[in-house]
Design a protein around this ligand. Structure first.
Ligand SMILES: [Cu+2]
Length: 356
């Protein structure tokens, strides 16, 4: 065995290099936190690849470096190198071993894909709709509720039904590890069981136009109790938008505490009653008389110190404009509270405006 000491030396070199490359790769390519039940198997598969890639790199580069240094031509050496003509054993080995490895990874991947796309009898359906350039989510099992953020209960198997309204998009939450394209005119499914409470970001992973980079949505994984209260809130919000402006005005009347100072039956609490208010003549502290039209009411609500009704203390809160804006945010600009209130106040004058 003329070369055995070289084989020992090169093996040590390859092993050393392997460890260094593996540690380096693992520290450079850190995976994001794993937040789904599927992540475990997928991360193991990643790990297997990192391992093999590091080893192959070390094997090829280790042999090469060793040969470059140890078998370099010395000064004055004019001889030819040894001649080799094929090595059947080696050729069989380097065909069979990589083939075996590729088949091994193929079977591993196929099995894992089968596992993570297995339907679960308890799964909850969430519909995901992608379009240039936004996402929306529907919960057909929860009263057709819809949302512009993806909110999921932890440890609940979910089947996402993905649909695109225009071009190709791709659903990708890196922490969930799974990923699926959305195709126009076709529904695709993706299964995921969120396993970690937290906030994540859904990003489109398919170049879909010039605003592609902004096609993001918030993903929130909540405890079952928090999820239930979110559902509760959502369905209340949904119900509010179904109401007419007048009906909503009656809701705001109590929600914002107007009812603690204003009655709707003509009785005086702290401020004037709203009964018969709309269209009536108001005598102000300044002595002026004005008609209570929409503009008057709007000013009275948003800027109570602009004018005061004679005979009442100037105690009305002055921050309703901000309070309303905060509430309106929840409905994505669908509702203007002050208009609802004015519409409600109008209804209180339609029958029997003689309350004055
Ligand atoms: Cu997209």
């Amino acid at each position: 065995m003329k070369y055995s000491k070289h084989f020992v030396a090169v093996s040590v070199l390859v092993l050393g290099l392997f460890v260094i490359v593996y540690v380096l790769l693992r520290s450079i390519y850190q995976l994001p936190v794993a937040a789904s039940a599927e992540a475990r198997g997928i991360d193991a598969l990643f790990e297997g690849h990192f391992f093999l890639i590091s080893f192959l790199f070390a094997l090829v580069v280790g042999f090469m470096l060793y040969s470059l240094v140890v078998f370099r031509r010395r000064p004055g050496d004019e001889s030819d190198g040894d001649h080799f003509h094929g090595h059947t054993g080696l050729e069989i080995a380097w065909t069979i071993i990589p083939l075996g490895l590729v088949i091994f990874f193929g079977v591993w991947g196929a099995q894992l894909l089968g596992d993570i796309s297995e339907p679960d009898p308890d799964e909850m359906v969430v519909q995901v709709i992608g379009r240039q350039w936004s996402w929306s989510f529907e919960y057909p099992e929860l009263d057709e509720m819809s949302s512009d953020e993806l909110v999921l209960p932890v440890d609940q198997p979910i089947v996402l039904q993905l649909q695109s309204e225009d071009v190709l998009h791709s659903f990708w939450v890196p922490e969930f590890r799974v990923k699926q394209d959305l195709l126009p005119g076709e529904m695709r499914e993706l299964r995921v069981t969120p396993s970690r409470v937290g906030d994540y970001t859904l990003r489109c992973a398919e170049m879909c136009g010039d605003q592609h980079a902004y096609m993001l949505a918030d993903v929130r994984v909540l405890s079952p109790a928090d999820f239930d209260s979110w559902v509760q809130e959502q369905s209340e919000a949904g119900a509010i938008t179904e109401l007419s402006p007048e009906e909503r005005g009656a809701v705001w009347y109590t929600q914002f505490g107007c009812n603690s100072c204003h009655s709707v039956d003509g009785s005086v609490i702290v401020g004037p009653s709203w009964q018969g208010l709309f269209g009536s003549e108001r005598v102000l502290e300044s002595g002026q008389t004005v008609v209570a039209d929409e503009a008057y009411l709007r000013t009275a609500i948003f800027d109570p110190n602009a004018h005061h009704v004679e005979g009442f203390p100037p105690v009305m809160p002055t921050n309703f404009e901000e309070q309303f804006a905060e509430e309106e945010d929840q409905y994505g600009g669908e509702i203007i509270i002050v208009e609802d209130l004015i519409a409600y106040i109008q209804t209180l004058s339609e029958e029997g405006a003689n309350g004055e």
